[in-house]
Design a protein around this ligand. Structure first.
Ligand SMILES: [Zn+2]
Length: 452
């Protein structure tokens, strides 16, 4: 009986939670030319569109449209000659399905969880408090390698914590730093799988010891705590932070943190507080982005690799967001290709292979991005990952999560991160004039005698 009541309570909570998406639809669309790009941009502001995924030359885009605007939006697409179809008629149903799957998975892992071990089963999504508790526990259980650091706080004063993983307490400057962050965009929940799995493989259950002994790591699972909490409990599709005061009466809330960094700021983003890509009052107007800035400046010259994990699209992107390539673009592309190959070797068959390239060329121009800022400030190997959109029952999933794929997402992404970290280690040592011998044992020359 208690179980039945519990189930009903969950259903009621679930139903009320997604009310704001009732009747909202997701459209799949294709863009053929510059004119259509421009038309879509105009529609974005006009109908408060929530673009889930931008289209590429070989990929369709997906956009969420609220019930009120559906009719007008469809006729505007027809007028602009943009090919489209309805992908999800009522998003609320999809969100309720996700909720049920995630609730069941959380219950299952709770029953199986052994709290005496540090590892975290990845068959589910963890909320902000759970992740906080986890990294605190890791730093308590492994004080010799893991330190929990408060980098700052969010707009709503939640702490922004990261783990510093190092066998030498970050004091050995002959080691490069690899920085990995997730959840800068609130709704991209799957991205946590990459950072939590990395913690597992570096601290709890390390397999490649030189990745721990020769590299220092900064792992920040929740780069946008307020947005993540809001997405978890109030509006699933929330992307920005929760900054208020940009529009009178707080009609529109939040800044797209990945447009707020001081790199070409404001050149390819929105100045409208209601837009999903609103760039804020000025560069670094948000406390969350200042945290990354401080870390990059504190360790300037040592952050050899910077990874910003997002979801979705099966992409590894590199800068700059305006299409200009960095001086090391050739090597950047090569490393990205190798990371993609490593992931593809273990990916799910039904998922597409990773695509690699400059973010402006593959997706769309964007300014003020975290990865571009890292690149411009001394981190030569900088990438934005878009993890695959995992599909449940073949339905359109986007950034929604089927818990059955969380562990796989962590596992396969780690294959890519490892390749990148090994390369970062070599390139950093080369730059510092340090020996590479220990990293990859050289083949031994055989003694050879000429016979006369
Ligand atoms: Zn994102």
């Amino acid at each position: 009986m208690i179980q039945v009541i519990g189930f009903i309570v969950i259903l009621i909570v679930v139903s009320a939670k997604h009310e704001i998406y009732d009747g909202a639809s997701v459209y799949e669309f294709e863009i053929k030319n510059e004119l259509q790009v421009k038309s879509l941009r105009e529609l974005e502001d006009k109908y408060y569109l929530d673009v889930w995924s931008h289209p590429g030359p070989t990929r369709p885009g997906y956009v969420l449209v609220q019930r009120t605007w559906r009719g007008d939006f469809e006729s505007s697409l027809k007028k602009a000659g943009i090919k489209h179809k309805l992908a999800v008629k009522n998003v609320r149903g999809l969100l309720e399905q996700e909720d049920l799957l995630l609730t069941q998975a959380a219950k299952l892992s709770q029953n199986n969880m052994n709290y005496t071990v540090a590892g975290l089963p990845l068959g589910r999504i963890y909320n902000f408090d759970e992740i906080e508790n986890y990294i605190e526990r890791i730093s308590r259980m492994y004080p010799k390698v893991a330190t929990m650091v408060k980098g700052g706080h969010s707009f709503e004063h939640r702490p922004i914590h990261y783990l510093r993983i190092s066998t030498t307490d970050f004091r050995d400057e002959s080691k490069p730093i690899v920085y990995v962050q997730s959840l800068l965009h609130a709704r991209e929940w799957l991205s946590q799988a990459a950072t939590l799995y990395a913690i597992e493989k570096l601290v709890v259950n390390p397999e490649e010891h030189n990745l721990v002994s020769d590299v220092d790591w900064i792992i920040m699972p929740v780069a946008n705590p307020d947005g993540f909490v809001y997405s978890t409990f109030t509006a699933r599709s929330w992307r920005k932070n929760r900054a208020k005061g940009y529009k009178i009466g707080n009609v529109c809330v939040g800044v797209d943190l990945n447009r707020n960094y001081d790199v070409n700021w404001g050149t390819a983003s929105s100045s409208s507080p209601c837009s999903e890509t609103f760039h804020g009052r000025h560069a670094f107007s948000e406390p969350e982005t200042i945290v990354t800035k401080k870390i990059l400046h504190k360790y300037k010259g040592r952050v050899e690799m910077f990874l910003d994990i997002h979801s979705f699209g099966s992409l590894i992107l590199f800068g700059y967001g305006n299409g200009a390539l960095p001086p090391n673009a050739f090597m950047t592309n090569l490393v990205a290709q190798q990371m993609a190959t490593a992931i593809d070797a273990v990916k799910l068959r039904e998922n597409p292979a990773y695509t690699v390239g400059n973010s402006a060329m593959l997706l769309y121009p964007a300014s003020g991005c975290a990865a571009d800022y890292a690149l411009a400030n001394g981190s030569p190997l900088t990438f934005t990952f878009e993890l695959p959109g995992y599909k449940h029952n073949g339905s359109m999933a986007g950034f929604l999560v089927d818990p059955a794929f969380v562990d796989q997402a962590g596992y396969e992404t780690w294959e890519g991160i490892k390749i990148g970290a090994r390369y970062a280690l070599q390139s950093y040592r080369k730059k510092k004039g340090l020996a590479l011998d220990a990293l990859a044992p050289k083949p031994k020359r055989r003694t050879f005698k000429f016979k006369h």
